[in-house]
Design a protein. Sequence first.
Length: 393
Amino acid sequence: MAVAAKKQKPALNPQMLKWAREWRGRTLEEAARRVGKTAEDIAEWESTPGGPTVRQARALADFYDRQFLEFFLATPPPIQEPQLVTDFRLHRDAPNPKETRELRIIQAWAEAKRANALDLFEEIDDAPPSIPDELYSRAGSDPEEAAERVRRILSFPFSEQAKLPASRQEQLPTILRKKLEGVGILTLKHSGLADFQARGICIFATPLPIVVFGNESPAAQAFTLAHELAHVSLKESGISGKRSKDAAAIERWCDQFAAAFLMPRSEVVALLGPPHRPQLEDMRDEWVNGIASHFRVSPHAMLIRLVHLGYVKASFYWSVKKPLFDAQEASYKSFGRPKYYGSRYRSSLGNLYTGLVLEAWNSGRITNHSAAEYMGIKNFEHLFDIRNHFAGP
């Protein structure tokens, strides 16, 4: 009777297994669930030789966001970690070390993609786009004027937004993303932001400032993209989260910019006429929904805009509607299915970054393997999928 061969176990350094897990902020229980073992098994692997199989070790390397080969090192490699950008979220308690670690990982991921993009521009002998000076604003300047000016720079007249069929208004963030990428803003998507009540991140650098947005509803994504565009306009990095009356001055300016960008004052007045005195005490949902549909934005964003422009009393928003809007947004789940295998990679990295990889690959400047590494893809089938569908939406 043939005896089944034992699974291969590489000569890993147990201390490196422990270091990688702790560096990433994973618990023994989380690591155990990842590979179908117990927390005691993981602890034993981290203390004695002869631990996981190659397959298990590779799974742990992915889970820890480290390279598999690092498990063979005698000591941890030198790591330069980014200083977390200014956090504008509303903290009720002391900062959570694990949360800070996770956000720093997302920031490092975004900064690595920017470094890759700059390398790819060099590979194809091209210069990264330079953002027009007219896009920039000063803190304290008029956000209404700034938003109007930036729409012109992005070649995004309101008519283009308004003509989007109501049945397709979920495409507004896709349109906005292309506009941002068109002027040289690297626009990335990361679903992990929502786990920490973060809505967006701006990492300002030139060239190629970075905007990261999350997996909110399409209408919320559009507002977040406009908000982070405001951060770029001010040359201010930051993490943005839930809004409040006590938000930082920069966040208030960015919110006002985003509202003016998506719902220009002139268009609101053209639709509703000038605001009357006294202000409305409240506004029925069907009215707000109808106005929001005209602008292809969420009722939440629309009501805030109507309050800011003086149509409705602020107390109606803060006391009555905001808790309801927050509950709706917290319960949002995306049920969309990818149209093709590689779509989630392209969705995460955007057309600017993906296009650079494909151009360098198609021109023979980088290999299949390098193209897959730039995209974070292990299955080459997904890479070819992306190339075959890149001309599409």
